[in-house]
Design a protein around this ligand. Structure first.
Ligand code: SF4
Ligand code: SF4
Length: 74
């Protein structure tokens, strides 16, 4: 079941294909293309934990629910 309002955005210009977000995602939502850039392979599995956004060193991925970014923690 997909959660309406959950949006995983990947800035392909900023993503360097390090794979950190793929490694941290607990539900295997993210995968890498042949060129290493990440894409959302299983959006329905996203638990909105925010780890991908928190761990990306290049701010290339963001998760928002209903327009609110969820990983904005101090
Ligand atoms: S952690 Fe960021 S830079 Fe690394 S693969 Fe994921 S989105 Fe790309
Ligand atoms: S928010 Fe959590 S479950 Fe969703 S893609 Fe990012 S790491 Fe995976």
């Amino acid at each position: 079941m997909s959660e309406e309002g959950t949006l995983i955005r990947i800035n392909e210009k900023w993503c360097k294909g390090c794979g950190i977000c793929i490694a941290f995602c607990p539900t295997n939502v993210l995968k890498a293309r042949d060129d290493g850039i990440v894409f959302v392979a299983n959006p329905e599995a996203c638990t909105r934990c925010g780890l991908c956004e928190l761990r990306c060193p290049d701010y290339a991925i963001s998760v928002s629910v209903g327009g609110e970014t969820i990983a904005n923690k101090d």
